[in-house]
Design a protein around this ligand. Sequence first.
Ligand code: OXD
Ligand code: MN
Length: 650
Amino acid sequence: MAKTPKFANAKVFAWVDKWNKLCTPDSIVVVKGTKKEHFDICEMMVKKGQFIKLSAKKRPGCYLARSHESDVARVEGRTFICSKREIDAGPTNHWMDPVEMKKKMEKAYKGCMKGRTMYVIPFAMGPIGNPITQYGIEITDSPYVVVNMNIMTRTGDAVMKHLGKDGSFIPCIHSVGAPLKKGQKDVAWPCAKKIEDKYITQFPEDGEIWSFGSGYGGNALLGKKCFALRIASKLAKDQGWMAEHMLILTLTSPEKKQYHVTAAFPSACGKTNLAMMLPKLPGWKLQTIGDDIAWLKPGADGRLYAINPENGFFGVAPGTSNDSNPNALKSCKKDTIFTNVVLTPDGDIWWEDMGIKAPKEGIDWKGNPCYVCADDPYRMGPKPGMTKKEIKEMGYVAAHKNSRFTAPAVNCPVLDKDGFNGIFKKKPTGVPIDAILFGGRRPSTIPLVNEAKSWTHGVFMGSAAGSEVTAAVISDQIGQVRRDPMAMLPFFGYNVCDYFQHWLEMERTSADATKLPKIYFVNWFRKTADGKFMWPGFGDNSRVLKWICQRIEGQVKANETPIGNLPFAKDIDLANNEGREGFTVDPKMLKEILTVDVEGWKKEIATVGASYDEYDAKPSKDSKEASKTAHRVPKALRQVLADVTAALAK
Ligand code: OXD
Ligand code: MN
């Protein structure tokens, strides 16, 4: 067994020592966070066949990993919120008694790091020293996790120094769950092969994260979903702030006025694209602060101030192209880790809908050869000369649908450096938020943009969000619409009803509720009956952002409808409405996506009501508790539901 290293912070020592004794690794490395250490680990993985080094000319500092076929996305079915009482995990989470879960998992962890190195990663979620920032210590036996954490969070000595002797942190333990016998050769992607052997467990009352059996991003990079959303949402509720699945962007008008906007869309619904968008509207400038997570704290002036707790982008690769997101492509030009994309013969990478012609041949995400399609130079198939139709019928993709790039935020050409560093007007406050957007992939009914009539109405809108399930999760429901309140369904660290109440509380407890952000619901994904997108999306979304800014300034009137305030079509600026077919706004379609589809909305509202009923009714061991007002959908939201239902019936 390795000797537990010395740490100035006694709690860090105790955490590492506990897991050293249980997991019995061969050695222990405390991550320093230097560039040299990062690339030494990458090169060590190349030697072991776990990374492929990409061309130093085309992709300097970049590597490719291929995961095991069972380990390609988050595993919601194996994700647990282990609060003491089931009712506190709520109806949307899997729950197990924390004592039982710890016992069960400790059995799995016993000896699980044999033959491996245990890495201790001190990390910060947010700029070190910022008052909104939180800290963590992740123990892991996965070097893939170490180098991804180096990109996605601020790691190493600076964090340890900041923690000092008694600084507090969220303790995290992760193992791929694949010990090695003496002399046994490691595999390219160690993990527990059976889904039921994987556990992604949050203990909200202890503030601990235990993850076992998966090496994939959201299951293993514990700073991200487990900490920055699940554990942080509970901390935020207890302490009066918010941890949300939101991008943060800075928008500057031609008059040089700055706005800060957050947007909550479900996984793989275009947060990264909006966060880095090139506005089509002349004179407007957009900069990125974050693409996935926002932590928002109320300021003394009543405004909400936000930081991006992350340090990089863990973006979905397929579909990222020079059309959809040139800034994301630039962000992964160097020092990036790619997972499950295609390797080209010249040491570069490729994926579907990259807007770049496929190489004649390559190696697909499973490590098998793949070949350019016979009748579409932008597709690849598993055999030479296959047609697009044949490839589609097989359901074959050369890059996995949830293949990813892990790119440092500093690579982003439009990064708002001050905002990213949590600085506003030279102070480390985070940036004040002017508007909050909710959204999802909705082919019908939901208009292009809809403004909430009040904070409570906005909370209702968020609670009613729904979206098609995407490949970001292992699921048999991909493509079906599911309710995904505030895009947080997989990430609530506590009862969804209490979470709604917490949102409402933000208004009640605000120092000046008139300064809270305005709330909008957007939908870029409306389709015609024959499946064509009705709105071009991407850079054209700047037209919607402009309308939102004008509403904030009180410069334009809105169409006050039963579902909220919609723009008049004439107020959507169509300047520079040029582009390829499908990338221009069709004024007829615009009118349609700004019209309330009353019959569609009646159905929509009925399903929202059904989701509320489900949240209220789900029986639990502590259902008696649930009969009180706590842990039930707040009355104020039920009231909005009733009001909208009545208004639609008129
Ligand atoms: C992500 C996700 O990886 O939401 O950001 O799944
Ligand atoms: Mn996400």
